[in-house]
Structures are given as C-alpha cells and as structure tokens.
Design a protein around this ligand. Structure first.
Ligand code: GSH
Length: 212
C-alpha cells in the first residue's frame, strides 16, 4: 500500500475523527497542513471540488468528507473493521448527530477563547464569517450552549454504562464520530470541566484518545 496523505489542520475535529480510525487500524499517514484562507493545495488535490479538511489521498485516489473517508478506508483496509456488518446506517445516523447536534454547542464554547488566544484579527474575521456568528454572540449564548452540551453528554454517558465503546463491542466509526467534538472541547479545559461528572463518558474519552 502506498503513502496516505491527509490534508488537515492539527486541531481540526473532523480530521481527528479520521485520525482515530487510522490509529485503530495501525495505518500511518503524512499530515499535510492546510491554511485557513489559502485553499490552493485543497483545490489542487480535489480537482477544484472541495475546500475543507480532511481530504485523503491514497494511491492516486482522493476522497473528502470525514464520514465518506472512513467508509472508504474501511473498504480499502478491512482489517480491524470500524463498520460492523449491519451497522452502517446506525453509524451514519450517529455521525450526523455528532457533527451537527453535539458539535454545535461545543464549537460555540471553544472558538471564542481559541481565537482570542491566537490574537490574529484576520483569522477571527474569517472564522466568524465561516460560522455566521460573532464570537461576542457566541459568548452571550454560552450558558445555553453549556446546557445543551451537558444534556448531550448525559445521553452518551448513559449509553456507555458498562461498555468500553459506544456500540458495545470494540471501537467503531460511532466512537470516532462521537469523540471528535470532545477532542475539540478538550482544547478548552474550563469548558471540558462541564463534562467531568460523566464518569462513563470520561473513561471512554480517555480510551479513544489513547487508542494504539
Ligand atoms: N462535512 C465535513 C466538514 C469538514 C469541515 O467543516 N472542516 C472544517 C475544519 S474542522 C473546515 O475545513 N472548514 C473550512 C475552513 O476551515 O475554511 C467533514 O465531515 O469532513
């Protein structure tokens, strides 16, 4: 098998979803860091079709969109499968919920401090435009975002009672999908503390973070 090139940002949660699967499968990759504004390399590798990360290039094939990348990896490298037989639909539903429902309050809680710490006015303006909300507005909504986060964390914690991984067997795509928002949340220890009380979730988070 040839080299795997992964177009990414180191702190991109959607890329982290894919990286967890690569680690689980023991596949090595070359990270290719992208720029938030200059999309030249992404446009080049995708033939002008996609400007987001992650994008994966493997033996001349190019795939983008994290869930599609994971499904493709699982077909190309079927050892240590992450989509068990009969579970594709469930994995896709969980992935959709994680990306759209679970991730949203986490994004609003993490981004303002992250951008302030970066101290780059151009980056801040670019991200606010992309997200469609100012960091001031996100801060105004912080209490509601924390409430949503805790409600979501409680559901995940309930499902993880007595289980090492979300679907009850080994590590699957569902774990990668649900993990990536918490990877992003952990960039902000103050907000990450909001989920410390969920012991099953915390143990699972560490298990997925420390996959070998
Ligand atoms: N549905 C896509 C979403 C990817 C995505 O939104 N990635 C973010 C970074 S985590 C991105 O590239 N945003 C555009 C940008 O940074 O300019 C996926 O699952 O791969």
């Amino acid at each position: 098998m040839g080299d795997i090139n992964l177009y990414q940002y180191p702190i991109s949660p959607f890329t982290e979803k894919v990286r967890r699967v690569l680690v689980h499968k023991g596949l090595r990759w070359n990270p290719i860091d992208c720029h938030y504004e200059d999309k030249t390399n992404l446009l080049q590798v995708t033939g002008g079709k996609w400007t987001r990360v992650p994008v994966m290039e493997w033996n001349g094939e190019v795939v983008w969109n994290s869930a599609d990348i994971i499904k493709w990896i699982d077909r190309r490298a079927p050892e240590r499968r992450v989509i068990p037989d009969g579970m594709l639909g469930l994995c896709e539903i969980i992935d959709h919920w994680a990306d759209n429902t679970l991730f949203t309050p986490i994004l609003f809680l993490v981004i303002p401090d992250l951008l302030d710490a970066a101290g780059d006015a151009k980056l801040k303006a670019n991200r606010e435009k992309l997200i469609g909300m100012t960091t001031a507005k996100m801060r105004e909504n912080a209490a509601a975002s924390r409430e949503q986060l805790v409600a979501h964390a409680r559901m995940i914690d309930t499902q993880l009672q007595g289980k090492d991984f979300f679907l009850g067997g080994g590590f699957t795509m569902a774990d990668a999908s649900l993990y990536h928002p918490f990877f992003f949340l952990a960039l902000n220890p103050g907000n990450f503390a909001a989920v410390h009380e969920f012991r099953n979730l915390m143990r699972w988070y560490e298990r997925v973070r420390d996959l070998k």
